[in-house]
Design a protein around this ligand. Structure first.
Ligand SMILES: [Zn+2]
Ligand SMILES: [Zn+2]
Length: 133
């Protein structure tokens, strides 16, 4: 059985647990991810929704979107904790909110077509204009 990783928001009101069984991890440079994080890009890791659970502060979530496609924040401090994607089947966990290290590492840059002009990618990972097929 794999390890369970813990994550939390800036104010610690919300905590989640997730299996260390992520299917993929990437850096997303799309404008939505830049705005939701206020950063140059969003490092995220994807996993089946049933392997992820909010363990504390479920009443303190701010969900932007609907049950099958959303960004979920802590409504106290605003941290973006995860997104529900792929018609509700997967969650994309924001790697910056994890307290524990995860086994996987980001393997590619996506949506580099909308990358911030002031940010330069300096690693050799593959770059995709949009989401890789
Ligand atoms: Zn918070
Ligand atoms: Zn994005």
């Amino acid at each position: 059985m794999s390890k369970t990783l813990t994550g939390t928001c800036f104010c610690r009101a919300v905590r989640y647990g997730v299996a260390d069984e992520f299917r993929y991890a990437m850096y997303c440079h799309c404008s939505n991810c830049r705005r939701t994080t206020g950063s140059a890009f969003k490092p995220f890791a994807g996993i089946e929704r049933e392997k992820f659970a909010v363990t504390q502060g479920a009443d303190k979530l701010m969900v932007y979107g609907d049950d099958k496609a959303n960004d979920t924040h802590c409504r106290v401090c605003g941290s973006l904790l995860f997104s529900v994607v792929r018609d509700g089947a997967f969650v994309h966990v924001t790697m910056g909110t994890l307290l524990d290290d995860l086994s996987i590492r980001p393997s590619r840059h996506i949506f580099v077509g909308s990358k911030a002009p002031w940010f330069t990618i300096t690693d050799d990972l593959p770059q995709h204009q949009e989401f890789p097929s």
